[in-house]
Structure formats: structure tokens, C-alpha cells
Design a protein around this ligand. Structure first.
Ligand code: SF4
Length: 444
């Protein structure tokens, strides 16, 4: 096949971002070359997310927009991938003939075959759950990601079935990749120049791979990654409070590369609501993890996810959530009003009054944002370690992140990309820190 261009648009989580990179690693073997010009691409891949409200309609809306881009031009091969593709499967091709290929997340290893068949004029839909074959296929293809900070999927799917969540339906049951294959992929990334690896999974700390009667856990991966001298930082996301086991907690004292930042979704501060959500942990369990980690290193900071206005949430339940965020000063967090996802248990429950839910969300966000502003303010006039990721395109500034993953924009020189430097913070807002490289200070 002659070289053709491909445009990949990614929605949603880090795992989708990782998947899009791996899809590109695969299709580049067919001669496809990435383009930034979406209106001239020979192939257009839309990697979709099912987490947000009205996800399906947003995808059709997006396709309507793409159709307009190609109105008087040759139509691209239109591929819809990701969780909406998984949920909707062949319905998508029926409803929107502009779509040529529907590709569920467990079928990405088939992308090259599907593209070849399409060129032979066949409509394709692949939404089987075949995670083992998928990772088996991608294990044979080098990961070419050469960004300073890269994602590495170690686990996919979920067996926990929280009442509100579509993941068990769109990504299937929990699957953990073979330990050694993950390390091989990590080595490729490090050889490419990657300095920070974020281990990914929908239930990343449930990672469990058994070989020769030994069970490998996420702690084994962290301890192994810690040995690579060129790798500077290790992170992982998203974790579940129930899987914060002792071996993982111990990593915070054993690994100096594991960043002191834990994203640990709790969803609600009320045990009654947690039970209705089928979360399988209590507020007390969460506090135990929090206190143990703080004891190991008081610099460890937390972020979390909150669903406000879950069906049945009373004023008292909400007050308990509010009390929780007063107690734990989360460094940043995601908070949303509950919205039902088709096919989930919670989608059949009676919603609480919309206006009440909105009022509660405002109260929660005011408090969360106040914490964020205060924490960022406390860093002003201090020198912090920043891993420099890139130069900002339109500004003569560098971009990087501190240990808590907060974005930092600062003056420095382009040869500092890929290095950890000390940045003197001058100002800040809710989300970002601003400053300059302090040449008088050695990077930590
Ligand atoms: S543990 Fe996470 S991924 Fe699994 S069902 Fe619950 S919210 Fe969804």
C-alpha cells in the first residue's frame, strides 16, 4: 500500500490516549502516516469515550461535523473506535453510513486486517471481547511513543460493577497483562527517551498476573521500574480503595521514583451511598489508607472523584461528603452530578431533584477549588522540582509538571526538555503554577 495519511481524534481517559498511540503503531505498518490536517486525511479514526453524559449522541454529532469537512472531497475511511463503538456496535453502521469500521477496545489488534478488508469494499464491525489476543498482537509491535511522559496499560476491564459505571460492559472483565511483556514495553519507552511512566488500568491496583506459582502485583512492577536508571518518575492510575494493599503502600517508602500523589476515587463521603453504589469499601477504609500513606510520607497528596446527587442522596449524605473534603484537603479532584449510563443498575433509579443536585455540586466545587488555590498559593516563592515535557508552541515558555502532576509554565531553555529542573514559582492560579528555572539551585 502506498503511504496514506491518518488522523486520530481521541476523547476521554488516558487509556484511550494510550490505545490511540498503539493503534497508530499498528497502522503505520500498513504505510499510514499521521497528519494534523483532519480535512485531508485518507483515514479518520474517532476514539470515543462512554463516560460523559449523552456520549452516543455526541459521537454522531462529531461525525456530522467530519462529514461537512469532507463535503466536496474524497471520503476518508471512517473508523469509530473506543467505548461508544463497543456499546453500540453494528447499530452505528446502520444509523450512519458514513462510518466504515466500528472497532471495540478489545479488537484493536484487528485494525490492520479491517482496514485491508475495507479497501476491498466491505463494511466492518468488531466488538468481541478478546483482550488476550489484543495484547498478544501489540506485544509484537514496538511502542514508538517518545514523549517525555508516557502511559503504559498494564490492566484492563473491571469486575467490580459499581452501580453507575459502564466500564465492566465496555471494557469487559479484568485482565492483567503478562509481567515481563509490560517490562519489555517499559524498556522500549525508556529507550525512546521517556522519563516518566504512568501505569494505566481501569482498576490498576487490582493488577494480578500469575506465572510459575508466583503472583505479580503492581508493587512488583513499580519496584522493577524503579531499577531503570534513566527513568525518573513512576505514577499509576486509576486505583480503587479496596486494592490499596500493604505491598503497594510499602512502595511509597521503598521507591523514590514513585511520585507522592495518589488519585483515589471515593465518590461519596456517606457509607449509605457507597453501599447503594456497590463500591465495596467504606469511608473508614478510605481514611485508613489515607492515614497510613501520610504516616509513611506526610508530603503525599490525594485527589479523588465525586458523584454528587446519586439517586437516594439525602441532605445528610451530602453533608458527610462535604465533611470528608473539609478533612482531607484534596489537591485536585473531579466532581460531577450523577447522570445515568444506559445499561447500568443506577440508570433505572429515580433521580434526585436537579436543582438540589446543582446546588450541592456548587458547594462541593467551591470547597475543592478553594483547596486547590490554597495549595498552589503555598508553593509561590518556593523552588520546586519540575520534569520538563515540552516547549509551548505559541509561547516562548516551557511546560512541565511537579510531583503532584500540577502543570507548571515557566521560562527556561529548550535544552532543558526531558530534564528535571528547579523552578522558582512566582504566581499561580487554581490549575497552574508559573515561574522560571532557578539556575542557582540543583535539581533534586
Ligand atoms: S471500580 Fe471503577 S471501573 Fe470498576 S465499575 Fe467501579 S467505577 Fe467502574
Amino acid at each position: 500500500m502506498q503511504n496514506k495519511t491518518i488522523f486520530i481524534k481521541t476523547f476521554g481517559c488516558q487509556m484511550n490516549e494510550y490505545d490511540s498511540n498503539r493503534i497508530y503503531d499498528s497502522v503505520s505498518k500498513l504505510g499510514f502516516i499521521k497528519t494534523n490536517n483532519q480535512s485531508s486525511a485518507d483515514c479518520y479514526i474517532l476514539n470515543t469515550c462512554h463516560i460523559r453524559d449523552k456520549a452516543k449522541e455526541k459521537v454522531y454529532h462529531e461525525i456530522g461535523r467530519i462529514k461537512k469537512l469532507f463535503r466536496n472531497k474524497k471520503k476518508p475511511i471512517m473508523v469509530v473506535a473506543g467505548c461508544v463503538a463497543q456499546a453500540e456496535n453494528e447499530e452505528m453502521v446502520k444509523r450512519e453510513p458514513f462510518i466504515d469500521i466500528v472497532l471495540g477496545p478489545q479488537s484493536y489488534h484487528k485494525v490492520n486486517d479491517l482496514l485491508k478488508k475495507h479497501i476491498e469494499n466491505l463494511k466492518q464491525e468488531e466488538t468481541e471481547f478478546d483482550t488476550i489476543s489484543k495484547f498478544g498482537y501489540f506485544d509484537q509491535i514496538k511502542n514508538n511513543n517518545n514523549k517525555i511522559s508516557a502511559f503504559l496499560t498494564i490492566q484492563e476491564g473491571c469486575d467490580k460493577f459499581c452501580s453507575f459505571c459502564v466500564v465492566p460492559f465496555t471494557r469487559g472483565p479484568e485482565y492483567s497483562r503478562p509481567f515481563k511483556k509490560i517490562l519489555l514495553e517499559a524498556e522500549q519507552l525508556i529507550q525512546n527517551g521517556v522519563k516518566e511512566i504512568t501505569l494505566l488500568g481501569q482498576n490498576v491496583n487490582a493488577y494480578s498476573y500469575k506465572e510459575n506459582s508466583k503472583e505479580y502485583r503492581i508493587s512488583d512492577l513499580i519496584n522493577s521500574l524503579n531499577q531503570y536508571s534513566e527513568l525518573e518518575r513512576i505514577r499509576y492510575t486509576t486505583s480503587h480503595p479496596r486494592d490499596m494493599t500493604d505491598d503497594l503502600i510499602d512502595c511509597y517508602s521503598l521507591s523514590h521514583k514513585l511520585m507522592p500523589f495518589v488519585h483515589l476515587p471515593i465518590q461519596s463521603g456517606s457509607n449509605r451511598i457507597l453501599e447503594l453504589m456497590n463500591r465495596k469499601h467504606t469511608v473508614e477504609d478510605f481514611f485508613k489508607v489515607y492515614e497510613r500513606l501520610k504516616k509513611i510520607n506526610k508530603e503525599i497528596e490525594f485527589s479523588s472523584d465525586f458523584i454528587i446527587g446519586y439517586p437516594g442522596e439525602t441532605k445528610r449524605d451530602f453533608e458527610e461528603t462535604f465533611k470528608l473534603i473539609k478533612k482531607i484537603k484534596f489537591i485536585n479532584s473531579f466532581s460531577f452530578i450523577f447522570s445515568p449510563r444506559p445499561g447500568t443498575k443506577a440508570s433505572k433509579l429515580e433521580m434526585i431533584d436537579k436543582n438540589i443536585a446543582k446546588e450541592r455540586l456548587i458547594l462541593i466545587q467551591d470547597e475543592l477549588f478553594k483547596n486547590q488555590v490554597e495549595i498552589n498559593k503555598s508553593m509561590e516563592n518556593t523552588n520546586i522540582s519540575v520534569l520538563v515535557e515540552n516547549k509551548l508552541e505559541k509561547q516562548n515558555k516551557l511546560f512541565g509538571r511537579n510531583k503532584y502532576i500540577s502543570p507548571v509554565i515557566f521560562d527556561g531553555s529548550v535544552n532543558q526538555v526531558g530534564k528535571t529542573v528547579k523552578v522558582k514559582i512566582q504566581t499561580s492560579n487554581q490549575n497552574t503554577l508559573f515561574g522560571f528555572v532557578n539556575k542557582n539551585m540543583k535539581a533534586a
